[in-house]
Ligand binder design. Structure first.
Ligand code: NAP
Length: 166
């Protein structure tokens, strides 16, 4: 279970989740939409259980690299929502020329290149799909590996541009 966003009795929300873990009702807890070191530090100041994940908007054009560097010392993993930019924006991601070039090289789809980058970069990605073929495709990522140079090219696409602001 995740606390969806900061700003609404954050300590109380987090304690309720910790109580549910103690009661055996939840196995694992985390937070969502926490983008700054200060926001994370506040949670860590009252948390008895370190969040397992921070689920944030995280994609080609908004890479949470600085936050990932900071929270890795606590064993916290960044989980990406909108890994393809979200509905209405996927073409901008799937059609990026770096992504289409790599898709051609590896004989994979753009979606698979993006998800492979997410995994190799240390993120957990949760793509949304209601298409069974896409869902199967999104798991078929483990028969190729991007090179370090290719990872850096994708890293270079970051322009710190979010689609949402919550
Ligand atoms: N914590 C938060 O504040 C927050 C905010 C937003 C979203 N989320 C979560 O993030 C997850 C993903 O969000 P999202 O679904 O809006 O965005 P997304 O995963 O970036 O994009 C979903 C879009 O990608 C398409 N797609 C998926 N796999 C594909 C493939 N292999 N080939 C081509 N198209 C593909 C889907 O279409 P098809 O259905 O046709 O496959 C859908 O239109 C959801 O679980 C959502 O609940 C969390």
């Amino acid at each position: 279970m995740l606390g969806h966003q900061p700003g609404y009795d954050d300590a109380g929300v987090y304690k309720a989740m910790e109580d549910a873990v103690a009661a055996g009702k939840l196995r694992s807890i985390g937070i969502s939409n926490y983008y700054t070191k200060a926001q994370v530090d506040e949670v860590l100041s009252f948390a008895k259980i370190v969040p397992a994940v921070i689920q944030n908007e995280n994609h080609l054009y908004y890479q949470n690299i600085a936050l990932q560097d900071y929270v890795s010392q606590y064993g916290i993993v960044i989980e990406s929502w909108y890994p393809f930019g979200g509905r209405g924006h996927t073409a901008e991601h799937f059609g990026n020329s770096v992504i289409t070039e790599l898709a051609e090289k590896y004989g994979k789809s753009s979606a698979q290149i993006i998800l492979r980058w997410q995994l190799q970069a240390g993120f957990i990605a949760i793509p949304g799909s209601s298409n069974p073929e896409h869902i199967a495709e999104n798991y078929d990522l483990f028969d190729f590996e991007l090179t370090e140079e290719e990872m850096q090219r994708i890293r270079g696409l970051d322009r710190q541009a979010r689609y949402e602001n919550w």
